[in-house]
Design a protein around this ligand. Structure first.
Ligand code: CTP
Length: 401
């Protein structure tokens, strides 16, 4: 499926470089031609011999190498490909890319290329969350640089968190999508994620415990398959997932309006924890404590149900409407009733009872309920739940074609 496609793979210095050896092999298995640049840092983790053996050609390392320049100039090297893949992309290399530095062959090639770039960042969690790295990512995203990962999980230094390089199958999907061949290429998808917040007055609001991690991971997984994803997100502390158009909202009413504006879409995945009620007697000025006065009474009004509204949207209805069910008991029964009540096609049911670790955690145990029945999925990282769901969505659309 990558027959004849030419990839320039840049391997920079991180322990994840070992995965890039497998990436070379898998790319070539799929018919791609792979040329490799190995940075000095990268060569601390994998040997030039291993890279060149797997790539079936020489590995490029030095910018001022007469041999390299005689064989292929560094500008040609940067452009004589269909896609540049940077895996692993270290924090340092991201900073160089964002800043336009060109002090070695890898950064020079990245500055000189006119080809699309896909990066697979890998770094320590603190380096990933550092405002400098986040600013660099935003700069690169605005320039159209594609990204896959990183994922959350155990890191090399014994820490845990965001920063693990995407796994090879994910990078392969992202490469395919970047070359316009993803399974969901050209499909419009909308995803809701995160909580909604409902203001009480200008300084106070009602919120819930949703982190947005599962919804954001689903948006990223769908985008990695080539879908045109609109992610409608309530307030979260997460980086924008790669390859998605992100619409930020606060209230359920805003989320509904954004979802309707994102139609037509072939698929809607409603993963947001939408507040069921909004404050009916919102105070336009801050509610003040008056000495001796009783606490204010907050009255609530029902919010619109976004999933149910989209599932009943007539000719605008997405072909596949997927909801979530957050339950604390009788998970599958409640979810089955919810699927019928909301008129959606699938429900992903999960246990959010205290102790399940679902809210804010990195993993999830879900059941997929469809008209055909219920599948119990094993306990999985949220990114893996997202990939499986994206895979199922792609398969469902392919069958319905
Ligand atoms: N949902 C929605 N709009 C709402 C409420 C929920 O789109 N106003 C969607 C959620 O995104 C999710 C599904 O409906 O996909 C189920 O959400 P959940 O909170 O589990 O169910 P509720 O409808 O709130 O039902 P209950 O409170 O009875 O469990």
């Amino acid at each position: 499926m990558l027959d004849g496609r030419r990839i320039l793979l840049i391997i920079s210095g991180g322990i994840a470089a070992y995965k890039s050896l497998d990436l070379i092999r898998r790319l070539r298995e799929r018919g791609a031609e792979v040329r490799c640049i190995l940075t000095a840092g990268g060569a601390q983790f994998v040997t030039p011999l291993a890279v060149s053996t797997l790539a079936g050609g020489r590995v490029f390392q030095e910018i001022f190498s007469l041999t390299d320049e005689a064989e292929i100039g560094h500008i040609t090297l940067a452009r004589d490909c269909d896609l540049v893949v940077v895996a692993p992309a270290t924090a340092n290399l991201l900073a160089k890319m964002a800043g336009g530095l060109a002090d070695d062959l890898a950064s020079t090639a990245l500055l000189a290329t006119d080809r699309p770039i896909l990066m697979a960042p890998a770094m320590n969690v603190r380096m990933w969350t550092h405002p400098a790295t986040q600013a660099n990512l935003a700069t690169l995203a605005a320039r159209g640089v594609r990204r896959v990962g990183p994922n959350a999980g155990p890191l090399a230094e014994g820490e845990s968190g965001m920063g693990r390089m995407a796994e090879v199958p994910e990078i392969l999907e992202a490469v395919t999508a970047a070359l316009g061949g993803g399974r969901l290429a050209g499909r419009r998808v909308l995803v809701t994620s995160g909580p909604t917040i409902e203001p009480i007055d200008p300084v106070r609001f009602i919120a819930n415990r949703s982190s947005g991690k599962q919804g954001h991971a689903i948006a990223a997984a769908l985008a990695a398959l080539g879908a045109e994803v609109t992610l409608i997100s309530g307030p979260v502390h997460l980086a924008d997932p790669p390859g998605c158009r992100v619409v930020r909202v606060e209230t359920a009413a805003e989320m509904l309006a954004a979802a309707q504006a994102a139609l037509p879409a072939e698929v809607a995945v409603c993963a947001a924890a939408v507040a069921d009620w909004r404050v009916e007697n919102y105070a336009a000025a801050k509610r003040k404590k008056e000495p001796g006065a009783p606490p204010p009474v907050i009255s609530l009004a029902a919010n619109p149900d976004i999933l149910a509204t989209l599932s009943a949207a007539g000719p605008q209805r997405p072909r596949l409407a997927v909801g979530f069910a957050a339950e604390t008991e009788n998970v599958v029964e409640h979810a089955a009733a919810k699927r019928v009540r909301k008129g959606c096609d699938w429900i992903v049911a999960n246990d959010v009872s205290p102790g399940s670790g679902t809210f804010g955690g990195e993993s999830n145990t879900v059941h997929l309920l469809t008209a055909e029945g219920t599948e119990d999925w094993p306990h999985l990282p949220k990114a893996e739940v997202a990939r499986r769901l994206a895979d199922r969505i792609a398969a469902a659309l392919e069958t319905a074609r």
